[in-house]
Design a protein around this ligand. Structure first.
Ligand code: NDP
Length: 322
């Protein structure tokens, strides 16, 4: 079978399409024949070495397809089931061996591309808006990269929960997309000091919570966009990781709360994973949550997908088709 491997961390050219043996699933595992593969920013972090994994690194954390074989001790999933999963590396491939505990059986009406577009970013948006900071009517949130894959889903879930949403984007075209997702106001953070614009939009008060996936470039101004006792959720590093800060800074900027969450800790049990996945996939299947699939690429063109994602040229979700 074909698989993308990284023998040495570096640029997009380090991703090699190689022929490897197809493994049989072990105890508690299933073999999935992938039909569609999600591309996520985390794949770039593993490729560049920002996030560590032993070499050669098999990339890709999300996929959807058909179960081709099941190992011993697997309950609830059988050969022929249409499934999706995320948070298991190695999905940039024609087949993947996945722990059955990570597998979600798809609703009949959901296609593979939608499923592989929804799992990782959808569950992330779910935990951020429902658990890390449970949004509700009367609360205002700031969402960076609001036309991105995760950003567009955070906006929609924030609106479902009744919150007011201020989004930031780099271009006017992306501003239109963020509005389509439901953002109440959109700031072009490439053209102004966004914290000042946030203060202006909130009558000087600041927002209750910032969902910041951009990282180094936005971190300080995000803190300055918060109301006293507001919550800073720094959950990504698209512009680079946030440098160290003194806890005293949080006191000086208004007794702020700071958290750096990861999906794995918010889908930590099978029960929690299924609750979030069933919400997300159910909403997509019923049309309540809209996916924007920005572009699909053949698996062999993965380097172009990474170049596009890292260059801010994309909106919505990118997929690889094996
Ligand atoms: P996106 O589709 O959001 O793409 C990244 C976007 O970030 C770009 O389109 C761009 O939007 C913005 N951006 C701002 N500065 C830069 C920069 N210097 N380089 C590149 N992009 C920049 O990607 P994803 O939805 O896949 O991921 C978004 C973020 O969420 C990532 O940081 C990812 O790590 C994080 N994440 C975290 C999870 C967690 O549990 N902690 C889980 C899932 C995702 P614009 O042009 O509008 O500025």
């Amino acid at each position: 079978m074909k698989q993308i491997l990284v023998r040495e961390c570096g640029g997009p050219e380090k991703m090699e399409l190689v022929e490897v043996a197809k493994h049989a699933p072990g105890r508690g595992q299933v073999l999935v024949k992938l039909a569609s593969i999600g591309v996520n920013f985390i794949d770039i972090y593993f490729r560049t070495g920002l996030y560590k994994a032993p070499a050669p690194v098999s990339l890709g954390m999300e996929g959807a397809g058909v179960v081709e074989a099941v190992g011993e001790g697997v309950d609830g999933v059988k050969t022929g089931d249409r499934v999706a999963y995320c948070m298991v590396r190695g999905s940039y491939a024609e087949y993947a061996v996945v722990p059955a505990a990570q597998i979600v059986v798809l609703p009949a009406e959901l296609d593979f591309q939608s499923a592989s577009a929804a799992m990782l970013q959808g569950m992330t948006a779910h935990y951020l808006t429902h658990s890390t900071y449970a949004l509700k009517l009367g609360v205002t949130c700031l969402v960076h990269a609001a036309a991105g894959g995760t950003g567009g889903l955070i906006i929609q879930m924030a609106k479902m929960r009744g919150a007011r949403v201020i989004g930031t984007v780099s271009t006017r075209e992306k501003a239109v997309l963020a509005k389509e997702s439901g953002a109440d106001e959109v700031i072009l953070y490439t053209e102004c000091e966004f914290d000042q614009e946030v203060k202006h939009l909130t009558g000087g008060r600041g927002v209750d919570v910032v969902y910041d996936s951009v990282g180094a470039a936005t971190f300080m101004r995000s803190l300055d966009s918060l109301k006293p006792r507001g919550m800073m959720v720094t959950f990504g590093n698209a512009s680079g990781p946030v440098p160290a800060i003194e806890p005293l800074l949080l006191n000086q900027k208004g007794s702020l709360f700071l958290t750096r969450p990861a999906l794995a800790h918010y889908a930590a049990t099978r029960e929690e994973l299924l609750a979030r996945a069933n919400d997300v996939l159910g909403w997509v299947a019923s049309g309540k949550l809209k996916l924007r699939i920005g572009r699909t690429y053949p698996l062999a063109h993965v380097a172009q997908a990474h170049i596009d994602l890292a260059s801010r040229a994309t909106a919505g979700k990118l997929l690889l088709i094996p």
